[in-house]
Structures are given as C-alpha cells and as structure tokens.
Design a protein around this ligand. Structure first.
Ligand SMILES: Nc1nc2c(ncn2[C@@H]2O[C@H](COP(=O)(O)OP(=O)(O)O)[C@@H](O)[C@H]2O)c(=O)[nH]1
Ligand SMILES: [Mg+2]
Length: 421
C-alpha cells in the first residue's frame, strides 16, 4: 500500500484539515470512535492511503497536527473529529506567532521542529511504502506559513524521493486579515516554488466571492465548507478505484510539465446543495466546473492556457459521455491548450459518489492564469516595502530586507514564466 502522510499547521491548517478528515471519515464509513460503520467493500479497499488500522479495530488518520499556540488544539477539542485523531500525534505549544513568518520559520517554529519530526518519523516507519506528504496551511499567518515552509524544507532533506504536496490558503483583504499578511505570503513563495511538487491553491478571495453569491456576509466557517468537498474530490482517485491520478506521483506527471509551475487551481461542481444540484448531468457538471466562478482561485482560466487539466467525475456517470464532453470542450477552446504539451487533458469517472450529492466534478487545472493571484500579492508587497511598513517586526527577529527582495524577485520570475507559456 502506498500511504500518504498528512500534516497540518496553524489555525487555518487545523480548520481546513478538520473539513478534510470529516469528509474522509464520512466517505469511508468511519464513525467518531474510529470504528468502521459502513457496508460497502469500496470503503476499505484503499483506506490505508490515509488511515492506519490499529490492531484490526480502529482506523486512525495518518495525521500530524501542529500549532504553536492553543488555537488548533482548542478547535480540535471542540470538534468530534478530535476523538478520531491519534493523541500522540498532536504537537501544540503555548506561544503566539503574532502573524510573523520569521517566528514560524526561524525561532519558535524551528525550536519545535525536532519534536514534530520525531512524531512524523514514527508515522513514516509504520508505512509499507509512503508515497509522499501533504501539508495543509495558510500563508497569511506565522505558524502555517513560516513553520509550514520549514517543514517542507526538512521533508525534502530527509525524504528526497517522495512527493511533497501542499493545500495552501492565500489571504484576501475581503476576509479576516492582518496588514502584514502579504509579507508572510511572499516570504513563503520561494520555499513553495523550490520544495513543493504540487500545490493546490485555495484563495480566500475566491471563497469569499463564491459565498457572496448566496449570502451578504460570508463567514470563514461557511467558506471552509466549500473546501472540504474539493479536497475530497482531488483525493478521491487516491482512495477509490479509478483510471486517473491513482497516486500523488501520477498526478504530478499528468499536470506539471515544468517543475516550478506546479501551482494548481482546483474547481468544483456543484457548490450548492439541494434537489436541483444533487442529480446534475455530465453536461451540466462540465459547464459548471469549468466556469471561472467555480474556481478556488480568484483568476480567469478562461483567458489563460492549460499546462495540464484533470477532471474527476464522481457518481454513476458514463465515461463515454465524459470523454465526449471533454473532447468537445477542448475543440471549442483549442487556443487554451498549448500544442507543445500533447495529451494534457485527462478525465475519469469514479463511480463511488461524494457526500451529500449523487454526482460531482472536480477539476485540477494547471492554468497560467494563476499568475493573477501572484500579481495581486506581489503588488501589495511592493507598496508596503516602498514605505517600509511593518518591516521592523521581521527585523526584530533578525531578518534583513534582502530576504524580502529575493522573495519578490523569485515571485516575479514565476509570473514571467507563466506569461511565457
Ligand atoms: N479559509 C480560511 N482561512 C483562514 C482560516 N483561519 C485563518 N485563515 C486565514 O489565514 C490567515 C491567518 O493565518 P492563521 O492560520 O490564523 O495563522 P497561523 O495560526 O499563524 O498559521 C488569514 O489570512 C486568515 O484569513 C480558516 O479557517 N479558513
Ligand atoms: Mg495561530
């Protein structure tokens, strides 16, 4: 069995991690005590990808949960998923990272890293053959961003041949937001560019805009509810039988033709529940899932190019119909598919349905229009650096302005590389 080891960092990591594990427990018939309560052979066939079976009795998420302050722990305690988690895999501290990347990367986070690595090594040793790691975190704060990046570096040093995946939340000025967040993002980016194999981008701006269409004041918990089904959709091929993206490595082969350009934009349909959304046809799902409004990044793939595109349909749908829809879509949008990457559109049907609806579609797009996200962040940083605002917070931790400039240059290079495709 090729296992995946999950790590989550900081407040946002804890919260989207909870959405992920709740979704997985439901889809695999695991109850709040960790016991199997389902009645479908597919539930357990590949459950070892994400769960350890403890003495044939219980299923425990292969997850390491880290936070430098008490936020993550408090949230976990207040949530039924907390009971399913292995208690020896929780690493929580009493510090505050004050939304400061330097504290996560250089000081408080670095001090806790050996403890985290010890927990992690035990998890890896328990695996038959771990295929790789997934990190869930945000880039706006201090723990998820700074310590998440340090973790990625340590993983790469120690487990060179594995696949490193991140589910990365980018901040938006439309949601809870501290003024220095763009700095934390920009400082993280060189690490993600160099050390992540595939990064699933989750942009709070897109989540906010999506929720704005159904409510006047979207809340973070409501936004998080959008993320759970998407992560379940992305990982469904790792967990249930199917033809596409059967593991992390194959996903990278299908979607990442140039190693640095691995910032993937997920899309999903249907985002809303209810009778009319529960039984969508292949044609309706295809139309919705490729709509710019259904993307988890605030960008316009309809004007960009696809370096790769995977479409994962779930439910009792016809593979033939999916192939036809995808073929027609590619013909109609041929300018979006560069000729130098043949065969870069892949689709498959996983007959096992998702939670709550009879059918869904998830896309993972390696679209050049993701550069719009990096341009947005980079422009915010440029303005701040010009006036030197908040830099003293980082200087106090021993950082120098050069590190900010290097990070900005690295993001500019990335934007240029997307532009040249
Ligand atoms: N989508 C989403 N964003 C969050 C959540 N919690 C915090 N954030 C965002 O993450 C950033 C703050 O990072 P946080 O995770 O609180 O910091 P950390 O605990 O130091 O890693 C801000 O941009 C918040 O808007 C969450 O539950 N969901
Ligand atoms: Mg925190």
């Amino acid at each position: 069995m090729r296992e995946i080891v999950h790590l989550q960092f900081g407040q946002c990591g804890s919260k989207i991690g909870t959405e992920f594990w709740e979704g997985l427990c439901m889809e695999h018939g695991i109850g709040t005590t960790g016991h199997y309560e389902g009645d479908n052979d597919h539930h357990l066939e590949r459950i070892n990808t994400y769960f350890d079976n403890v003495q044939g009795l219980k299923y425990v998420p292969r997850a390491v949960l880290v936070d430098l302050d008490a936020d993550g722990m408090n949230f976990l305690k207040s949530n039924p998923i907390g009971q399913v988690m292995g208690s020896q895999n929780l690493v929580f501290g009493g510090q505050k990272t004050d939304n400061n990347w330097a504290k996560g990367f250089y000081s408080d986070g670095a001090e806790k890293m050996e403890t985290v690595l010890n927990v992690l090594r035990k998890e890896v040793e328990r695996c038959d053959f771990a295929q790789g790691f997934q990190i869930m975190h945000s880039l706006g704060g201090g723990t998820g961003s700074g310590m998440g990046c340090l973790m990625l570096q340590k993983l790469k040093d120690e487990y060179r041949e594995k696949v490193f995946t991140t589910y990365t939340v980018f901040p938006s000025q439309k949601t809870t937001y501290a003024a220095n967040e763009p700095y934390n993002v920009i400082l993280s980016m060189p690490h993600l560019i160099e050390n992540s194999t595939e990064t699933f981008c989750i942009d709070n701006e897109a989540l906010f805009n999506n929720r704005m269409r159904s409510t006047e004041s979207p809340t973070i918990p409501a936004m998080n509810k959008l993320v759970g089904p998407v992560m379940c959709g992305i990982t469904a091929p790792f967990r249930f039988p199917g033809r596409l993206n059967a593991n992390l490595r194959k996903l990278a082969v299908n979607l990442v033709p140039l190693p640095r350009l691995h910032f993937l934009t997920p899309g999903y349909a249907p985002f809303s529940e209810g009778e009319t959304q529960s039984n969508l046809t292949v044609s309706q799902l295809t139309q919705q899932v490729l709509d710019d409004k259904n993307m988890l990044v605030s960008c316009t793939p309809s004007t960009g190019k696809y370096l790769g595109l995977s479409a994962i349909y779930r439910g009792k749908l016809s593979q033939r119909e999916v192939n036809e829809q995808m073929y027609n879509m590619q013909i109609a949008n041929s300018t979006q598919f560069p000729k130098w990457i043949p065969d870069n559109l892949k689709s498959s049907v996983n007959t096992f349905p998702p939670n709550g609806v009879n059918a869904s579609a998830t896309i993972i797009a390696n679209t050049t229009s993701v550069k719009e996200l990096f341009i947005r962040i980079s422009q915010q940083v440029t303005k701040m650096i010009k006036y030197g605002s908040f830099l003293h917070v980082y200087k106090k931790e021993g950082m120098e302005i050069k590190e900010f400039e290097d990070a900005q240059n690295s993001v500019s290079d990335l934007i240029n590389e997307y532009q040249q495709c």
